[in-house]
Write a protein that binds this ligand. Structure first.
Ligand code: URA
Length: 235
């Protein structure tokens, strides 16, 4: 791909703006030698104002989503893209969230510009566990684990029962729930179905990837070893 298009697709500016950046000598190699728009150079060898280029298309990142941010590009309030470099919103192909977490849910959120990979992660066939920790308003009754594991729990306005889900009781009002689906507000609706209410919800893991090591609001780009880990641990 021509350098101007490559850099514009990463959100650094329109092609016209990127062409101007070349003319201003802002695009260089690692030694500071000015590059020209028709040079043939590897992605890793390009610097913009001395900084390495953002990761190329095929980007996958893990974000520790804080409470209060929406998984949307349009919401007038805080959105998860506000936690990333502003350029990332302008990338082509578009960087999307892999599924969604509610505004009031925190924890591990994956984002990618690779549509095939996105579908592979969210497909029920992948059987990737999404693991949540929930703080509850009421003490657990004791029959929730059996009901959630039964594969027969029907949520209001749904046509098919939920797939079996694993529940681990951590404290009287605290539980870890492992799902292989991602229905709308699923965790909150599951606890509502057993007469409880989720006061706080945090996703700790997706497949073999944990949110550990990322503070709230932090993100990191994932590499091949992370993706192997992600898919390496089915539910
Ligand atoms: N289930 C919910 O209810 N909310 C989330 O954000 C994720 C799963």
């Amino acid at each position: 791909m021509r350098l101007v298009r490559l850099i514009a697709n990463l959100g650094y500016g329109s092609r016209k703006q990127v062409a101007a950046m070349f003319r201003e000598g802002r695009i260089t190699d690692p030694d500071g030698e000015v590059l020209y728009a028709d040079d043939k150079v590897e992605h890793a060898q390009v610097r913009v104002d001395g900084e390495p280029l953002d990761p190329p298309a095929g980007l996958v990142l893990a974000l520790h989503k804080p409470v209060g941010f929406t998984c949307s590009t349009r919401d007038p309030g805080r959105i998860v893209y506000d936690l990333l470099p502003p350029r990332f919103r302008l990338r082509s192909p578009v960087l999307s969230t892999v599924g969604r977490l509610d505004r009031d849910t925190s924890g591990l959120l994956l984002m990618t510009d690779d549509g095939g990979l996105l579908h592979r992660i969210i497909s029920p066939r992948a059987q990737l566990a999404k693991v949540y920790e929930a703080e509850l308003a009421e003490p657990l009754r004791g029959d929730e684990a059996a009901l959630f594991a039964s594969g027969s729990l029907m949520l209001e306005s749904e046509k098919t029962p939920l797939a079996p889900a694993g529940l681990e009781v951590l404290a009287p009002r605290r539980a870890r729930l492992s799902l292989t689906e991602g229905r709308y507000h699923q965790v909150r609706r599951m606890f509502a179905a057993v007469g409880n209410h989720v006061e706080a919800l945090h996703r700790v893991r997706v497949g073999g990837l944990s949110v550990e090591g990322l503070a709230a609001g932090e993100w990191r780009a994932l590499g091949p070893a992370d993706l192997e880990r992600l898919f390496g641990e089915a539910a």
